[in-house]
Design a protein around this ligand. Sequence first.
Ligand SMILES: C[S@@+](CC[C@H](N)C(=O)[O-])C[C@H]1O[C@@H](n2cnc3c(N)ncnc32)[C@H](O)[C@@H]1O
Length: 292
Amino acid sequence: MKMLAVEGIFTAVDVPAAGEGEGAATAPSVRYGLNPVSRLLVGGGVSPCVLMGTSPLFLEASLRLPQWFQRDGEGEPAFAMAHGESPYATTGHDMEFNALVNEAMGSDSRYMAELVVRECGEVFTGVTSLVDVGGGNGTMATAIAKAFPHVKCSVLDLPHVVQGVVSTHESVEFAAGDMMEYVPPADAVLLKCVLHNWSDEDCVKILTKCREAIAQGAKAGKVIIIDAVVGSPSHSQQVLEAQVLMDMQMMMLFMSKEREELSWQKIFMEAGFSHYKIQPVLGMRSIIQLYP
Ligand SMILES: C[S@@+](CC[C@H](N)C(=O)[O-])C[C@H]1O[C@@H](n2cnc3c(N)ncnc32)[C@H](O)[C@@H]1O
């Protein structure tokens, strides 16, 4: 607790001894309390993200980084060096890890959804249907459906992720599939924390499928990306630190990265989009609207 308080995770207040001298009723002590950081970890907060980040599978992978650097970053990512497969292959057969990842991303989405609804609800104006690609257990789609009843949502994810998920909202449906192969038609496609798992080439493939999906929607639609845009001038040093830590984690897990605006722009143009709008209003992440 002493260490965590010094690191700024808890408050620490000295409590003086009660009573005087040897006959004191209680010895001096320290009372620890919650601060804004530790409040995030309790009562439906983002503690599952911490449990995922400190899981043995992640930690064993990070121990492979020295070897990985010695190979000049060639070959497979550190996670695959440690476990012989990618994280999403592991979620396919390790049900405990699958549950941990889905719960962690769900807790992040619960927190993000509040910000999206509050800070950029206008993004959903005129959208009648939305598919959340790589939408995990549907937390984000459910929050959107609740906040914007005019939007009918569906969630596309891998079979082992969506199987057994029970929809808690009448206008949220789940579909099992591979986004590399097919994205169902909709006015809007949402990609939250998905593209940072993939190489530039794979992002172009995914976004091309998304462009085809919105072309078949009822209206000329858009793709909505929630991910980091590194180096936005409006970001603080703390936000930059969080972004580069996440960049490290993406490198270790997938050999992918967090991107600066120029890298995003190149991918968008290669995938056949003509223009985009970035709003850096979600802490370390931005909301990007992308148009054909
Ligand atoms: C980092 S998680 C993000 C989950 C969710 N969007 C969120 O932010 O809460 C990435 C998601 O992509 C899904 N995914 C990975 N490969 C996929 C594929 N080929 N097709 C569809 N979904 C995929 C994973 O199962 C996972 O749920």
